[in-house]
Design a protein around this ligand. Structure first.
Ligand code: ASP
Length: 318
């Protein structure tokens, strides 16, 4: 069996490429790297890689991680600037004995020495978003942090290897040096090839509080189907946060087990995800949480059309 699951519609083209690798007996790591690079390289996705939205100093600082569920190799970068493909740097770091998670300048130095492609990741479009947000925050007293999404994926190959990967520009308007859940093992991602893997998107500060990706893998190990595991973990964390803190941030999780069965849960409206396996071509779904149960519906042609249209629509500086 092979399979792949990923957060958000933006993963569709990547998952399509990744699945081609898996179909031909390729490694889950190659599938996930190619899939995430595809998202990182597409400039109209404003929360991952090139075109990602900047921090409050108008710098694009990126977080990414790669975990091998067979060897437990983990590599991650946080707050890295000016490199085209953070996922590839994270994968390379996963092969090191030590120094697996590098931040900022240290990560950049490593990437430079290893010959990774340098790129100014701040696009003209992202600059317009930045200027507009500064204006909105001042005039309408809006929260600056909305408008973020991480691409998180889990892949399974025919040799039963499982990989998890993430890549994000984190929260728009974050403080310089802010690190979210995406490069943090157990929170933004976790995978064990003997069980399955999970990955998160949403408010990093809250996802971290539940070590939620690990929690989902732990629940799958106890025998829960990925759908049940996702629902239990998301509902519990959402409830605990509300009890203890009066509110819960956005929490959306995807998971796949080592049989290619999958699950998704969220506490927001309109979470989209992409899934594929031996029996299913890459498909975009939208999910809704109704009283703790998540209902997944295939995205309509109209929704898919509008999605791309709004992403690529011309942008004007306000
Ligand atoms: N989880 C990411 C972060 O907090 C952002 C997101 O997934 O929307 O950095």
């Amino acid at each position: 069996m092979y399979g792949m699951i990923a957060t958000w519609r933006m993963a569709f083209e990547g998952v399509t490429k990744g699945t081609e690798i898996l179909k031909h007996g390729g490694h889950a790591g190659d599938a996930i790297e190619i899939a995430i690079k595809e998202v990182e390289n597409f400039e109209f996705y404003k929360s991952v890689g090139y075109g990602g939205l900047p921090n409050e100093d108008m710098e694009v600082e990126l977080d990414a991680a790669y975990m091998d569920g067979t060897t437990f190799d983990i590599g991650a970068v946080a707050a890295i600037k000016d490199f085209a493909n953070p996922i590839s740097i994270a994968r390379r770091l996963s092969k090191e004995e030590v120094n697996n998670l590098l931040v900022g300048e240290g990560a950049e130095k490593f990437a430079h020495k290893e010959g990774f492609e340098r790129k100014n990741m701040l696009t003209e479009r992202a600059k317009i978003h930045y200027h507009n947000r500064v204006k909105e925050v001042k005039e309408l007293q809006l929260k600056p942090y909305s408008g973020h999404d991480t691409v998180g994926m889990v892949s399974l190959d025919v040799n039963e290897n499982m990989i998890a990967g993430t890549s994000t520009s984190g929260l728009f308007m974050k403080k310089k040096g802010r690190v979210g859940d995406s490069p943090i093992c157990g929170s933004g991602f976790y995978v064990d090839s003997k069980v399955g893997g999970a990955s998160a998107t949403g408010l990093g500060e809250d996802l971290i509080k539940g070590c939620i990706s690990y929690e989902i893998v732990r629940l799958m190990k106890e025998g829960h189907h990925p759908q049940e595991a996702c629902e239990i973990a998301v509902n519990n964390l959402d409830e605990e946060l509300k009890i203890r803190r009066g509110k819960a941030g956005d929490l959306s999780l995807i998971a796949m087990n080592n049989k290619g069965e999958w699950g998704v849960s969220t506490n927001i409206e309109g979470f989209s995800f992409v899934v594929a396996n031996q029996f299913q071509e890459p498909t975009v779904y939208l999910t809704k949480n109704i009283n703790g149960k998540c209902i997944h519906e295939e995205a309509s042609q109209e929704w898919l059309y509008n999605y791309m249209k709004t992403r690529t629509a011309p942008l004007v500086r306000k």
